[in-house]
Design a binder for this molecule. Structure first.
Ligand SMILES: [Zn+2]
Ligand SMILES: [Zn+2]
Length: 292
């Protein structure tokens, strides 16, 4: 990742800054999704809830935590390419953009955490770090060429370029499939409510875990370990651990730090599916803030 570091070290390449006008196309889509998510609550059933939780695990658990974050951004382990691609498609189901854009944004976050150039630091406001940066930022989610500068390792795969340009296609296909299987109620739960829930839990990692929780490591940023965010995000809430050891596939470092993605990774490793798994432990003395 040294190439990335060199390119972003100055902070001048920051993609997002304060004071930009509202991005209305993003805001309108977000508005529609939130209204539909509330509407879903009026057609509750246990089957719908179960389907929604399962899809949440597929999209946010496999797609974001296992895929976009620990695999595509930080390369903390290796899996066969088809599984890498599968995780990326799962990630696109969250409506958090394509893999190249997500990875680029997150690498910039690590490079400039809570300093100038961080796309979503609570030092610029709690609401800004949660959703403001999405609503008023430049719409770079489809600007593959621009974002590829920060993710050249992904950009050399045509698959990732295609998925980044058409990141909304898997979600649309899933919506059509769910509609055919279970009608509008399943679409409300499996798409709208599930996507909105996933967006907010992911955004909590940007907002809450840079404001609330404990700090095991004296990193140069404000990152915290937050148990309830970790519970909601398959272990992503152990964010101070993560900033201290960005390339560790394991985020929950103590036995009481529940980290479902790490547990799954251990299973994949035991079957020989996941290899070169990088792991930090509590014995690794001080944080190395230079590692990003
Ligand atoms: Zn962070
Ligand atoms: Zn990270």
């Amino acid at each position: 990742m040294t190439l990335i570091e060199e390119k972003t070290a100055t902070g001048k390449d920051s993609e997002v800054s304060l004071g930009q006008p509202v991005n209305w196309s993003v805001a309108i889509v977000m508005g529609i999704f939130h209204v539909a998510a509330v509407a879903a609550l009026f057609v509750f059933s246990w089957q719908l809830l179960a389907a929604s939780i399962f899809l949440y695990w597929i999209a946010t658990g496999l797609g974001i935590s296992m895929g976009y974050h620990r695999l595509h951004t930080h390369r903390s382990y290796k899996v066969p390419l088809f599984l890498e691609y599968f995780f990326a498609v799962c990630g696109a189901l969250t409506m958090e953009g394509g893999p190249i854009s997500w990875v680029a944004t997150h690498r910039i976050h690590h490079q400039n955490s809570d300093r100038e150039g961080d796309p979503h630091s609570p030092r610029d406001g709690g609401w800004w770090s949660h959703a403001g940066w999405i609503l008023t930022g430049e719409a770079n989610h489809s600007n593959t060429r621009k974002m590829s500068r920060y993710a050249p390792d992904l950009a050399k795969h045509n698959f990732y370029v295609l998925l980044n340009n058409y990141h909304w296609v898997p979600l649309l296909a899933l919506a059509i499939l769910l509609g055919a299987i279970g009608g509008y109620k399943l679409v409300l739960w499996g798409i709208f409510l599930r996507v909105v829930f996933g967006l907010h839990t992911t955004w909590l990692v940007n907002s809450a875990t840079h404001m609330w929780g404990s700090r095991r490591f004296a990193t140069r940023d404000d990152s915290r370990n937050n148990w309830w965010v970790a519970l909601l995000t398959f272990g992503e809430g152990w964010h101070n651990n993560h900033h201290a050891h960005p390339t560790s596939a394991r985020h929950g470092l103590a036995w009481y730090e529940f980290d479902p993605s790490w547990l799954l990774l251990r299973v994949l490793r035991s079957f020989g599916v996941a290899k070169s798994v990088r792991m930090a432990g509590l014995t690794d003395a001080a944080a190395d803030p230079k590692a990003a």
